[in-house]
Design a protein around this ligand. Structure first.
Ligand code: SF4
Length: 265
């Protein structure tokens, strides 16, 4: 079996209670996730547009969060954007925002005025490529270069001809294509696999953006790569690739206003 499929398979190890692993490892609840719109980062709003996903990743840092849907989010977003002129970008996250129907997505796009950027974090280019119908693509086409699409691909074997076609179209519409991934024990914890991922992403017009050290969500300890080993892998990765294909190695720390870059010096 290809290694990457282990990301989606239940393991008894998830029932283990490990010290330091928490229900809400990045402080989403304190940041007000229940309201559906978070102003966690300067100039950006994070919208929990959907609480569903096309695949359930067993390492997900939001795996223990309540899965309630929040009504009237586009309306709430419109009101905030009317008052707060410091916002330059709206990030649609979740869950996976592409689990919304096209009309629901359009309702979000309608309340985000130009020239604000719209960032979509979605795993569906590889977990459900059939979602990228001509109708969805024409929604993206309207956004042109305002769209930043962040794919969440952890292993090079996830990329195939379907994802290639999806990214080719998005790039034709003027979108910026980025990838962020998580360092996962037993899945992509080698510089060779990560280098192959970067090269393959680039061949599909996607640039590596972030490599995340695992967020310590309860039930995910078996996916953690110890930080010492993680740093060694990243150091080796830097030696294998040109700078533009090296993602930023980061971790999220509760309460911080930005991701923290992990130094490997
Ligand atoms: S697609 Fe993202 S939000 Fe959904 S389960 Fe996977 S990691 Fe979590």
């Amino acid at each position: 079996m290809t290694k990457f499929k282990k990301q989606f398979e239940f393991s008894e190890k998830e029932n283990a209670k490990t010290r330091g692993f928490k229900k809400d490892p990045v402080g989403d609840r304190e940041a007000g996730i229940e309201s559906g719109i978070l102003h966690k980062y300067k100039g950006r709003l994070l919208v929990m547009a959907s609480n569903k996903c096309a695949a359930y990743c067993r390492f997900c840092f939001r795996r223990n969060m309540q899965k309630k849907s929040i009504p009237n989010l586009p309306e709430k977003l419109r009101e905030i954007l009317k008052k707060d002129k410091s916002i330059k970008e709206v990030i649609l996250s979740g869950g996976d925002p592409l689990m919304l129907g096209n009309n629901e997505l359009q309702a979000f796009f309608d309340v985000i005025p130009k020239p604000l950027k719209i960032r979509i974090h979605s795993r569906m280019a590889t977990t459900r490529p059939s979602r990228f119908t001509p109708a969805l693509q024409s929604l993206f086409k309207q956004l042109g270069s305002r769209l930043i699409f962040v794919a969440h691909i952890n292993h090079p074997d996830e990329l195939n001809k379907d994802s290639e076609k999806i990214f080719r179209n998005l790039s034709k519409y003027g979108a910026t294509l980025l990838n962020q991934n998580v360092l996962l024990r037993g899945i992509n914890d080698s510089a060779k696999i990560l280098a192959e991922l970067s090269e393959k992403l680039f061949s599909q017009r996607v640039l590596p953006y972030y490599l995340h050290q695992l967020d310590k969500a309860q039930g995910t300890a078996h996916f953690e790569v110890p930080i010492k080993r993680a740093k060694e892998i990243f150091k080796e990765l830097k030696e294998l690739l040109p700078g533009y294909l090296v993602p930023r190695f980061v971790r999220e720390i509760k309460g911080r206003k930005s991701k923290v870059w992990i130094s490997t010096f």
